[in-house]
Design a protein around this ligand. Sequence first.
Ligand code: FA5
Length: 344
Amino acid sequence: MLEIERRLEAERLAALENLEKVQDQAQLDQWKQNHLGKTSVTMSAFGQVVTVPNEERPAFGKAVNAAKVVLETALAGKLALIKQKELEARMSQGTIDVTLPGRGLRRGRIHPLNLTAQEIYRVVGQMGFQIYQSPEVETDDFNFTFLNIPPHHPARDMWDTFYTDKDNIVLRTHTSPGQIHAMREYCPQPIRVILPGACFRYEQQDQSHEIEFMQVELLAVDKGITFADLKGTLQDFARRMFGEQTQIRLRPSYFPFTEPSAELDVECFVCGGKGCGVCHGGGWLEWGGCGMVHPRVLEYGGYDPEIFTGFAAGMGVDRATLLRYQVDDIRYFRNNDIRFLEQF
Ligand code: FA5
């Protein structure tokens, strides 16, 4: 054993013995100074590593470090003991003022996305739609195939998602798979449901695109439902949601699961359709997609498309929240920055 190791061992024993005698915080501070301060035997041993022959250095370094850890652990233990004793002493002397007011609890708030979702549920509830919960984790069949997007269909690219290790299990890219769940549950009865929830996309994030966002889907299936019902429902929905004067516009579009299909635009309520920064000068804001349920999708849901027709529409809750509160970046919603969230 090297001389220095002998000294370390002696110092360790002496330090622990001294620690036994420590009674209060001031004595503990002094003990720390003596045994773990810069000039203490243990700490100054670190500086002596260079003087030790090469082959003995690793063992020496280890021994010094171990000695330091032992002292630090003993110090922490003693500190806890002293604090506990102090607390007990204060409590037994009654020096805790129980009449002092307690620490205030911060009040939580409803997240802005949920505020919008709740407003949507209120509005569509008045219109006779029932909430139907469907899974956020789906099979490939529900997310794609049953929505008339068979394997290798190019439209799969538009709704690319996150795949799991489990064969065939994906995170849903839209709320549309819920259409199939609802149809299979209610068939052959008429349906009027709203399908809300989280969606996930393999997407480049920017001011208006997130990899996780919320959608709400409206689905109505019955005998004799027409495109006019779709348009009337969406017009009514937008007015109840954003104000009596709100105009909507349906632009022809393509979705494999609806035919015909349209994009749903809402007149910009920041500028009233005149054109502004929020609507990029166009006067209209895209809110979702819609159309008449494709006959093949009705069949996958169990309905006979010769007898039944239906409409569906899927709207972004995040986008609606951006618009309602005039927020300019969708990424704020999930950053969990309390300074942002406190404003709602
Ligand atoms: C769809 O998801 C279709 N399932 C909508 C639909 C339903 C069409 C029923 C026909 C019948 P789309 O990918 O365009 O379509 O998304 C619809 C809305 O979801 C968008 O208008 C937007 O408001 C929102 N959305 C889509 N992708 C994102 C994203 N990455 N981040 C935030 N919101 C998004």
